[in-house]
Design a protein around this ligand. Structure first.
Ligand code: HEM
Length: 473
């Protein structure tokens, strides 16, 4: 039985709609957040420049913008982007209120609608409340332990093959190289196929769709990036739809095959369109976030060679040339470096939500249908919770210091509450599986005098691709 036909899910959705009457109205208004925050002096912040508000500052340097606003107005503030006022939430108390959402006040679907609603339509983050819960439960089947064990075994030889291709090169643009490698890994683990001749077109389709999410004009007009993004989506739709019948028949262990077979104990499963939507969303959620965090880590390890050596020594304890599922908790210091890289350069720097009713948030009254952005770029740098927040200092995550435990929501690179990243453990495994082989093979260095320039949105990326020198060990 697919979930559209499942009577209990439909009944429960109606019950949620009845308990949140504003949701119906908000669904109809979904393209237009409430403008009432604009010029609202009871909410700290300002409206930015005439007409454009803060949009250009946001696109140019989002980190500088939110740090400047937080310094002036405090960690929760309003600003105006893409034509709408937005309440930016950075204080961990308010972050917790939004992400845990005990009163079901905040819609993820409406929060993400403007940026990715069409490009990644009906993905898991674009579903709310009971409907989201049912879809997430089906998807979780693809992340159970024995499936994860299989994924890491699939990844290891591909990582090795990718690194073989890097050998003999003195310098490479790490971002481009790792993006290609994670695409190859994604093709095997998520899609269960070598993309072969189609690889370039599929890669381009991703890049275009993700880039289009920050397009200022979200219309399909020739030459605009949004049109290229939507064309990319349509290509991916065809790609997956054509392959569903064979996957339903087969017994593949890749995630696409898992989605085609997943059925919960309540009998819920996905229909074809839902599989296509979830696959496109999943690839977007997995690919650039992992690429970005590995790039931040590579920069940090090259910039701070003492940490490179510490991780190499820690990795000596792993027997064999590959990381296995049972080694996943062994690399403690590697975990600190991963968390620290995610703190400084969170791959999802803004988490979108929309208030579905009037509510209090961070001590101010927020009108129904207001746009909310939970912003780790603010929280992860708050001096109240982090010692010398601009320093790269992985030991802050050690058992002795535990800075991340000063508040339940001072670090949330993987989000929190009902929408917590479903791929969090997968990402951790992939990062460690890669680093184990990478650091055993190469000592890495930056060009002399190198200065990192990271563009924080839509997903952090070094503007020069991060030139990295490789020395074979
Ligand atoms: C370092 C890598 C990653 C980071 C930092 C990251 C971060 C996040 C964040 C912050 C959210 C929550 C968004 C929200 O609340 O609106 C999220 C959701 C999600 N992520 Fe990740 N992610 C990463 C990797 C992955 C990977 C590898 C996968 C899949 C294998 C994945 C799949 C998902 C999915 C399906 C959701 C939606 C969850 C839901 O709405 O219930 N992510 N991710």
């Amino acid at each position: 039985m697919t979930i559209a036909e499942h009577p209990s899910a439909a009944d429960e959705s109606r019950a949620v709609a009845a308990s949140t009457p504003f949701l119906d109205q908000a669904n109809r208004l979904s393209a237009v957040p409430n403008p009432a925050l604009r010029g609202n002096d009871s909410v700290p912040g300002d409206d930015g420049r005439p007409v454009v508000g803060h949009t250009l500052d946001f696109v140019r340097d989002a980190r500088a913008l939110v740090h400047g606003m937080a310094a002036e107005h405090g960690p929760n503030f309003r600003l105006r982007m893409f034509g709408h006022p937005v309440f930016v939430v950075g204080h961990p108390d308010a972050v917790r209120t939004v992400l845990m959402d005990a009163e079901k006040n905040f819609s993820s679907r409406l929060g993400w609608q403007h940026a990715i609603g069409e490009l990644f339509a009906r993905g898991l983050m674009l579903r709310d409340f009971e409907e989201h819960r049912v879809h997430r439960k089906i998807m979780q089947i693809a992340f159970r332990a024995d499936a994860m064990r299989g994924y890491v075994d699939m990844m290891n030889p591909l990582i090795e093959r990718g690194l073989d291709g890097w050998s003999g090169r003195d310098e490479l643009r790490f971002y481009d190289a790792i993006k290609q490698l994670t695409l190859d890994l994604g093709a095997a683990v998520f899609v269960g196929t070598e993309l072969g001749a189609e690889a370039d077109r599929i890669n381009e389709a991703f890049v275009d769709s993700v880039q289009a999410s920050i397009a200022i004009v979200k219309r399909e007009v020739p030459l605009l990036s949004y049109r290229r993004g939507m064309q990319g989506r349509r290509l991916l739709e065809r790609f997956f739809a054509e392959r569903i019948p064979e996957r339903r028949e087969g017994d593949g262990r890749d995630m696409f095959s898992e989605f085609c077979h997943a059925t919960t104990e309540d009998g819920d499963s996905f229909d074809d369109q839902q599989i296509v939507d979830h696959m496109i969303f999943l690839l977007m959620a997995a690919h650039d976030t992992t690429t970005s965090s590995l790039t931040s880590m590579a920069w940090a390890l090259a910039q701070y060679p003492e940490w490179q050596e510490r991780l190499r020594r820690e990795m000596d304890a792993v027997e064999g040339r590959y990381l296995s599922w049972s080694d996943r908790d062994a690399l403690e210091q590697t975990s600190w470096v991963f968390k620290e890289a995610l703190r400084l350069f969170p791959p999802v720097p803004f988490i979108g939500r929309r208030a579905v009713r009037d509510c209090e948030l961070g001590g101010v009254q927020i009108p129904a249908n207001s746009a909310i952005n939970v912003c780790s770029l603010v929280t992860h740098y708050l001096g109240e919770f982090w010692t010398r927040p601009f320093d790269f200092d992985p030991e802050r995550f050690s058992r002795e210091r535990r800075e991340d435990k000063r508040h339940s929501h001072s670090w949330y690179a993987f989000g929190g509450g009902a929408h917590t990243c479903l791929g969090m453990h997968f990402a951790d495994l992939q990062v460690k599986a890669f680093l184990l082989q990478f650091l055993r093979r190469f000592r890495i260095e930056l060009p002399p005098g190198y200065q990192l320039r990271m563009r924080p949105i839509p997903i952090p990326k070094p503007s020069d691709g991060l030139p990295l020198r490789l020395h074979a060990i």
